[in-house]
Design a protein around this ligand. Structure first.
Ligand SMILES: NC(=O)c1ccc[n+]([C@@H]2O[C@H](COP(=O)([O-])OP(=O)(O)OC[C@H]3O[C@@H](n4cnc5c(N)ncnc54)[C@H](OP(=O)(O)O)[C@@H]3O)[C@@H](O)[C@H]2O)c1
Length: 264
């Protein structure tokens, strides 16, 4: 569990847009100082300025491409060099890909897996080891409603989010009696830049979706209650249960009718 939000440091990956920016706003509102990480420096500088004016928050910016080998180690070395102790890690940076297998770019898949799985795992384990020594701290990892099922045309992304959920829940079990908590936040469709970058622009507008503010509020409320995971939105929650009861082949076929990519 966190010692406190106020005057302690949170690190947010993927803070330059969407859910990550909203985490920064809500955590700054709780008095947290923040390390903001992403590739787009201009966005981070703008956000840091906004938070400093609104909440008096200290912000450190680290520009990093977290899909590269060694990115997690370099990031944590830089955090240490700046003398910062992380009380809350939000592993939010992530990308998706909707594509038929025939058209799938293997290089792009490898970078996605590195970002969604490898960097998240390395950051989590290293930071949790430090937190366990101190006896306090927490991690929020971004899963998804697709963490609960295989999804046709989005197979790699959905499987990467299944990893995030299982890994986070397992670690929650190991750490819960030692003062450190881990929560997997599993949103459904959320209005951010995610779909523009995943090969399905306009998706969030065409489907029932939540806003990032609601998703982050849900995540922080669950984290405060030390829940191992939370699905944002009750319809998404019911869906996450339904796919566990349905035959697995039915769940896959159902997902394919929803996620089929449009041919250009
Ligand atoms: N939107 C949804 O419907 C939805 C649903 C379920 C789960 N999620 C999850 O929520 C998380 C946040 O996504 P979002 O919806 O807020 O999408 P978003 O607006 O596209 O934000 C993604 C963030 O990740 C950062 N990022 C991407 N590639 C990166 C890289 N190689 N290195 C460092 N940072 C990188 C981006 O920053 P830069 O481009 O500046 O690097 C950006 O800040 C993701 O993990 C996503 O899988 C989203």
């Amino acid at each position: 569990m966190l010692k406190a939000y106020a005057d302690h440091w949170g690190l947010i990956t993927g803070a330059s847009s969407g859910i990550g920016s909203e985490f920064a706003r809500q955590l700054a509102g709780r008095g947290m100082h923040l390390v903001l990480v992403a590739r787009r420096e201009d966005r981070l500088v703008q956000l840091a300025g906004e938070l400093q004016v609104a909440h008096g928050t200290k912000c450190e910016i680290i520009v990093a491409d977290l899909s590269q080998d060694g990115a997690a180690r370099s990031l944590l070395d830089e955090v240490e060099r700046r003398g910062i102790e992380i009380e809350l890690l939000v592993n939010n940076a992530g990308v998706g890909l909707v594509s038929e297998v025939d058209d799938t770019d293997v290089e792009r898949v490898a970078r996605m897996l590195h970002l969604n799985i490898m960097t998240l795992t390395e950051l989590t384990i290293t930071v949790v080891q430090q937190m366990l020594k101190r006896g306090h701290g927490g991690v929020i990892n971004l899963g998804s409603v697709v963490s609960f099922q295989p999804v046709g045309y989005m197979g790699v992304y959905a499987a990467s989010k299944a990893f995030v959920l299982h890994f986070s829940e397992a670690l929650w079990g190991e750490c819960r009696s030692r003062g450190v908590t881990i929560t997997a936040l599993c949103p459904g469709t959320t209005k951010t830049e995610f779909f523009d970058n995943s090969g399905t622009p306009g998706w969030a507008e065409q489907h029932r979706s939540q806003d990032a503010r609601t998703v982050v509020r849900t995540g922080l409320a669950a984290f405060d209650k030390r829940k191992s995971y939370v699905v944002s939105g009750w319809i998404n929650y019911l869906l996450s249960l339904a796919v566990r009861l349905a035959p697995r082949a039915t769940a896959v076929k159902g997902s394919m009718s929803v996620c089929k990519p449009q041919k250009k």
